[in-house]
Write a protein that binds this ligand. Structure first.
Ligand SMILES: Cc1cc2nc3c(=O)[nH]c(=O)nc-3n(C[C@H](O)[C@H](O)[C@H](O)COP(=O)(O)OP(=O)(O)OC[C@H]3O[C@@H](n4cnc5c(N)ncnc54)[C@H](O)[C@@H]3O)c2cc1C
Length: 395
């Protein structure tokens, strides 16, 4: 049996552990630094199942989200996990956006999506009477899910198949010895044939610490903040309402989401965070901030995206600025309809030119596999990302 050590107990580490454990030819250990699984990106996201509408045709994101949503829905059905394929509307609010929406629909078809269609006024009003829309694209295959339930089930199956999950076990270093590698955590030392880095917001630092090489990318943390709709205003929308995305960024724009627990939210923005696991704007790490600022690409990014960065930052500081983004989709919303919601921090890879890496980035180096960039729709696509890694890097 090959011994595999997975670093990181988010949805990607767990999906890999699950897919490998089911093959019954690997011994699986997962190391998680926190006292629970999925405490970071995987447990703090929009909970949306994305089917690959807006990603570049031919990209890993397009292929793996398309395959991943089917696998995730099948997994949810098999294990009675809360989910709802409620469909989403992408809404054009001006003439320029209508053109982009039509291109988006073409892109969706190229990515293999079926059932996409522009709604007529009557259909749109029936679904979402309060939106400001010149044209709306219905994406019927998308939905919402409880990713925490997914992670609990994955971990239960991994353990049932004989795998081990070590909580409170930050991996500090590894030691290469002959043909195998020892993972050293706070509590133990074990020997492995293969190591997989699934450390999300720390993937670049883990890469450097276990390869002794400079990471080809830098993780820049972008916090996404949400506002929760107060329960008496919940009827203002029904399902998922998204703006036409700006193709210059990997973020989909502030949207309205119905959560699987019945809550309704609007968000997330995309604010440069001063700490990798900084969930509030007062969370500051001098080390993390200097690490971002002194990265070669960062100043290029700021120079080229200054207005974007300021706009997002202002939505973090001023409620009125956040509400303005929401009003674009539903003009009736007002500040008093919202209360503070959750936030999550995206692990977004940037290259040394200051470009945000749009696609998933996974590399193999000797007996190590590194997931260096897996932002949204990484949770939807997790089971497919795991299959992709096993097929391309483990066989
Ligand atoms: C605001 C926001 C909204 C999003 N919305 C969606 C959405 O609607 N749909 C969707 O599909 N995707 C969405 N995503 C993306 C999705 O959440 C991520 O793609 C996915 O969770 C990535 O999983 P992961 O396992 O790589 O990372 P994580 O969940 O961050 O897991 C990494 C784990 O590694 C652990 N770790 C780090 N360093 C070490 C170490 N040295 N030793 C041991 N453990 C370590 C961390 O504690 C963490 O638990 C969103 C993300 C955010 C932040």
């Amino acid at each position: 049996m090959k011994k595999i050590g997975i670093i990181g107990g988010g949805i990607l580490g767990l999906s890999l552990g699950y897919n490998l454990a089911l093959k019954k030819k690997y011994s699986i250990h997962i190391y998680e630094k926190e006292d629970e699984l999925g405490k970071h990106q995987s447990g703090n996201n929009s909970g949306v199942l994305h089917c690959g509408l807006s990603y570049n045709p031919g990209s890993l994101k397009a292929k793996l989200s398309m395959e991943g949503i089917s696998k995730m829905v099948a997994f949810c059905k098999m294990h009675h996990i809360d989910h709802d394929i409620c469909g989403k509307l992408v809404v054009a609010t001006n003439e320029d956006e209508i053109k982009s929406l039509q291109n988006l629909a073409k892109r969706g078809v190229m990515n293999g999506l079926s059932g996409l269609r522009m709604l007529n006024k009557k259909e749109q009003i029936k679904r979402e009477p309060n939106i400001n829309s010149l044209k709306s694209l219905l994406v019927p295959g998308e939905g919402i899910v409880n990713f925490n339930q997914v992670m609990n089930k994955l971990s239960e199956i991994i353990k049932g198949e004989g795998g081990s999950i070590f909580l409170n076990s930050p991996v500090k270093k590894i030691i290469n010895q002959n043909n195998s590698t020892i993972i050293v955590s706070d509590k133990s030392e074990h020997n492995y044939d293969i190591i997989i880095n699934c450390t999300g917001l720390f993937s670049d630092r883990t890469y450097t610490s276990i390869t002794d090489q400079k990471s080809p990318i830098k993780i820049i943390p972008f916090r996404g903040e949400y506002l929760k709709i107060k329960s008496r205003y919940k009827d203002i929308f029904n399902h998922l309402i998204y703006p036409v995305p700006n193709s210059d960024y990997p973020f989909l724009g502030v949207h309205f989401t119905r959560m699987i627990n019945g809550d309704k939210e609007v968000g997330p923005n995309a604010v440069l965070a001063f700490k990798r696991e900084g969930y509030k704007n007062v969370d500051i790490s001098v080390y993390d901030t200097l690490d971002s600022i002194f990265y070669k690409g960062f100043l290029n990014f700021l120079r080229n995206n200054f207005n974007f960065a300021i706009g997002e930052f202002s939505s973090s500081i001023f409620l009125s600025s956040f509400v303005k983004k929401a009003k674009k989709l539903i003009p009736e919303v007002k500040a008093e309809m919202f209360e503070k919601g959750n936030s999550g921090v995206r692990a977004q890879a940037m290259d040394s030119n200051g470009e945000l890496i749009m696609d998933f980035k996974i590399i193999k180096q000797n007996n190590q596999i590194h997931i260096l960039n897996a932002p949204s729709p990484g949770a939807t696509a997790s089971l497919s990302i795991a299959d992709y890694i096993i097929e391309n890097h483990l066989n």
